[in-house]
Design a protein around this ligand. Structure first.
Ligand SMILES: Nc1ncnc2c1ncn2[C@@H]1O[C@H](COP(=O)(O)OP(=O)(O)OP(=O)(O)O)[C@@H](O)[C@H]1O
Length: 479
């Protein structure tokens, strides 16, 4: 007896496999599915379907539950083994709960009860198309996010970083709430991501929110969601970030900036593991791990009445403190090379020097940064920490068309650094006031001209910063 052969009819849209032992249905589908714009391979039984699945991949398979030999569930199981992203639809003559549950348990997208109308098949395939389109979009976005975030790898072999790595390894598998401390740009978010990635929650979402970046009126609805009409402007229901992070980790960055009213609400959520959407009374149970971070001194904030003591104790059950970059200068070299691999396009590297790294990045090699540039980087105090270093490297890659990055490709303030170095060697060549002004200009440059941020980084009040700038202006005018 000749082996049964699948027949294929082409169209556009989804690539489908249809398997059913009823000949009338085979004929109907080989005619109608291409009319709906899809390509279809029609199989008369389960074994033929599996043979076709071994040769091709399909967007969606539609299989009869009861077929002689291998049944529909068997076909789906085989299909998912080889191609988990293929969607499956079960056709069943018996609309029993058991068969529907069995199909869904085996990863079917949905099921249809025979006799099914063409409009039902069309509506279902439209849903499959939408899902596949969204899946693809989601994968593309994940890829883009990964590329923009760079490698989640924490670089640094200094003793301080080794200790941090050990703490992350130890705390990640637990459910402990972690508080990450450190100056701005030291890598607090990266640590939070590492905790998530090394935890049992790694496959669920990691959601980061900067508590200082949202107006007080919006934080509650951003975190917990709201019901339509809960307040003026709430035109739709909104899911809060705690719900978005379900099963995963929420990272509350700049927790010290959380307004007092929200601190009380957050404490309640952490204690009860329940949230209430704004405008709703019904609590929703949540399963989310919380990691917080701040560059502020929380105990001091508690003394000054700016931060709730009970919340501080609730979030700091496990602390990880990141040392500023100036205290682990031995990491600058490896960090600079790692950060360079984020920006270097393959064409910028010499042939044979590079290989594709994570997120499309290209690994940088020894010669990608010349010794004079490395020495300049090693001579800097890095008030903006690793983020500042990342910006400096980005600046250099823009200026350096080919070959290794040299000192001349670094931002201008690194010239002044050499000046400062020279001044150190010949006292009197540069005044204290000039040094101070250089530090102020560097801080302003790093913070895109923001005086409050520059003042914070320099450790002076905003008023002092204005006074220094005014004095310098007056001196310039009188000179
Ligand atoms: N150890 C590290 N290895 C590799 N990259 C790092 C490291 N530390 C920081 N970075 C990079 O430096 C930049 C700043 O890091 P991150 O955002 O985690 O700092 P932060 O402390 O959370 O900053 P902020 O306080 O401003 O929120 C990011 O691009 C991050 O990838």
């Amino acid at each position: 007896m000749a082996a049964k052969q699948p027949s294929e009819k082409t169209g556009q849209g989804l690539k489908l496999l249809f398997a059913d032992d009823e000949q009338s249905l085979q004929e109907l589908m080989s005619l109608e599915l291409p009319r709906l714009g899809h390509t279809v391979t029609v199989c008369p039984d389960g074994a033929t379907a599996v043979a076709a699945l071994e040769k091709n991949t399909y967007d969606c398979i539609i299989v009869d539950l009861d077929m002689p030999g291998l049944d529909g569930i068997g076909v789906i199981a085989k299909c998912k083994e080889n191609s988990p992203e293929t969607e499956a639809v079960i056709l069943t003559g018996k609309s029993t709960l058991e068969s529907a549950i069995a199909a869904l348990r085996h990863g079917a997208f949905d099921y249809l009860t025979k006799p099914c109308r063409l409009v039902e098949i069309k509506a279902l395939l439209d849903r499959v198309s939408d899902k596949l389109r969204l899946d693809k979009k989601c994968r593309a976005l994940q890829h883009e996010v990964k590329r923009l975030e760079g490698s989640p790898e924490l670089i640094g072999k200094s003793l301080a970083m080794q200790k941090v790595q050990i703490l992350i390894e130890k705390v990640a598998p637990s459910e402990a709430t972690v508080l990450v401390l450190g100056e701005t740009g030291t890598g607090k978010e990266l640590v939070a991501r590492a905790i998530h990635n090394q935890s049992n929650r790694a496959d669920a979402p990691f959601v980061a929110i900067n508590c200082g970046a949202l107006p007080e009126t919006l934080i509650e609805s951003e975190l917990f969601g709201h019901r339509k009409g809960a307040f003026t402007g709430a035109d739709d229901h909104r899911t809060g970030l705690f719900e978005v992070a379900a099963g995963g980790t929420i990272f509350l960055d700049e927790i010290g900036e959380l307004p007092k009213s929200m601190q009380a609400k957050l404490l309640r959520v952490l204690e009860s593991k329940e949230i209430r959407r704004v405008g709703e009374n019904k609590p929703i149970t949540i399963d989310v791990r919380v990691v917080c971070a701040t560059h502020r001194n929380l105990p001091e904030m508690v003394v000054e009445g700016e931060f709730r003591e009970d919340l501080m104790y609730r979030i700091n059950s496990f602390e990880i403190k990141l040392a500023p970059l100036r205290e682990r200068m031995e990491d600058v070299r490896s960090l600079a090379k790692h950060l360079l691999s984020r920006h270097r396009r393959p064409t910028q590297s010499k042939p044979g020097q590079s290989g594709a790294g994570q997120g499309g990045a290209v690994q940088s090699s020894e010669e990608d940064i010349a010794e004079d540039a490395l020495q300049s980087l090693m001579g800097h105090v890095w008030p903006g920490n690793v983020r500042e270093l990342a910006n400096v490297i980005e600046h250099a890659t823009i200026l350096c068309d080919s070959g290794p990055i040299r000192a001349e490709h670094l931002p201008q303030r690194f010239d002044s650094r050499q000046l400062i170095g020279a001044a150190r060697n010949s006292p009197g060549a540069i005044s204290l006031r000039e040094l101070e002004m250089q530090a102020i200009h560097e801080a302003l440059e790093r913070n895109d001209g923001s005086k409050p941020k520059a003042a914070e980084q320099l450790g002076v009040s905003l008023k002092t910063l204005y006074n220094k700038l005014n004095q310098a202006n007056n001196l310039e005018k009188s000179a």
